[in-house]
Each structure stands twice: as C-alpha cells, then as structure tokens.
Design a protein around this ligand. Structure first.
Ligand SMILES: [Zn+2]
Length: 221
C-alpha cells in the first residue's frame, strides 16, 4: 500500500517521458517512480502516447537525442540505465535508497560520501550535469531546518527517510515537493529521526520555463 500524497507534476512527468529533463531531474523522477505505482502508470501512459506520435511522424522537431531517449524508454533499454554490477560484487538491496538512486550514490546509504554543511546537516552531490542541474542527498537531523534554499529556479525535493513539514503539509517517504523562486518556504525535519532526502536544483540553464515548449513536439499540444 502506498502512502504517498505528493506526486510529480504533469509538466515534469511529460518532460521526463519526452526525455528532455536534465539528468539530475531525471534521476529524481525515476526514483519517485520506483516508489509510486500511481506516477509510474501515468509515465507509462505518456510514453505510450509519445511512442505512437513518433511512429507516425519522422519530422517532429525535438531536442537532440530526445528521439533516441524516448525510443529507448519505450523499448525498456534507456541509454542512461546504470551499468551492471561489477563482476564479483554482491549488491544488496538498500532499504532507504531505491535502485536508480543507489547506483548514483555508491550502492547503499552507508557508502554515501557525506560532507558536513554545519548544524548537523550533511550533503552529498550525486549528479551534476553540464547544464548545472544538481542532485544532492541531504541528511537533516530531526527538528532541523532544511538548508540550501537558493531560490533560483525550480527545485524538487524527494523524501527517502523520515519526514519534513512545510507550509502545513507533511512530506514522508516517496513524497515530492516541487517549488520555484516564487515559493517562500522553510521545510523543517520532523522531530525525532533524521530526514534523508534527494534535493534537485536547476543550474544557470533554466529548463523549467522551456518545459512546455520542449515537450510540445512530443505530445503535439
Ligand atoms: Zn507519485
């Protein structure tokens, strides 16, 4: 049974299905999908629509690589799929980090290269693209404010363990908070256990404003 209440927006899920998101955001969406049956079904429906559109046209204007990415996703062989385990290594399932994310973070939570950022808070960058979009793991002690709110562009926060509260809402494992610079917010980890989350931010290149246009050829909307 899923208890996820806060999901991926239509706009971002469409961008994911069209293969136009920066890698850091792709990672956060894929991680949410691994925890959320509801969004996984929505993504599969979008990918099916996109696949049908691509089959009937060869002239759709798309971002470079988007066609390959969509076709690969439809075929279930995404090129960004994590490499297979090294021969001889035993990969055990991590209870906090779902598989797409665990591959980026060294395999499991105890392998994460945390760096202290003060106040008991720790972070570890797990993906940063040429576009500047960055995915980082955050470890926030219970009762502590979630730091590093640059408020430059879109940010997406996915809870992996524990919970935080913000603007009267509670975000637990699997929940996603999507915010931009227009949202003045102060997430605070719930008292008690630490909150571990994946926080993704845009870089200098703001894709969020372009998203409707990027996804347009994909869905012909
Ligand atoms: Zn969802």
């Amino acid at each position: 049974m899923t208890t996820i209440k806060h999901h991926i927006s239509d706009e971002i899920l469409t961008g994911y299905a069209a293969g136009v998101l920066p890698e850091a955001f792709d990672l956060a969406v894929a991680t949410h999908l691994s925890l959320c049956d509801e969004c996984r079904a929505r993504a599969m429906a979008l990918e099916a629509v996109g696949g049908a559109v691509l089959e009937e046209t060869e002239t759709a204007e798309m971002a470079p690589g988007a066609l390959d990415a969509v076709l690969a996703r439809v075929a279930g062989t995404a090129p960004e799929a994590p490499p297979a385990a090294q021969p001889g290594t035993v990969r055990r399932k991590d209870s906090v980090l779902p598989m797409p994310l665990a591959e980026y973070a060294g395999g499991s939570l105890d392998k994460v290269a945390w760096r202290s950022v003060g106040g008991g808070v720790m972070q570890a960058v797990v993906a940063r693209g040429d576009d500047g979009a960055t995915a980082r793991l955050l470890y926030i002690p219970g009762g502590t404010e979630v730091p590093d709110h640059s408020h430059h562009g879109l940010e997406m926060t996915l809870v992996l363990d524990g919970a935080f509260c913000d603007r009267g809402q509670r975000y637990g494992r699997g929940d996603v908070q999507i915010a931009d610079e227009t949202v003045d917010h102060t997430p605070v980890a719930e008292p008690g256990a630490a909150c571990i989350c994946l926080a993704v931010t845009e870089g200098r290149l703001k894709f969020s404003g372009l998203l409707p246009r990027l996804a347009q050829p994909f869905l012909r909307i």
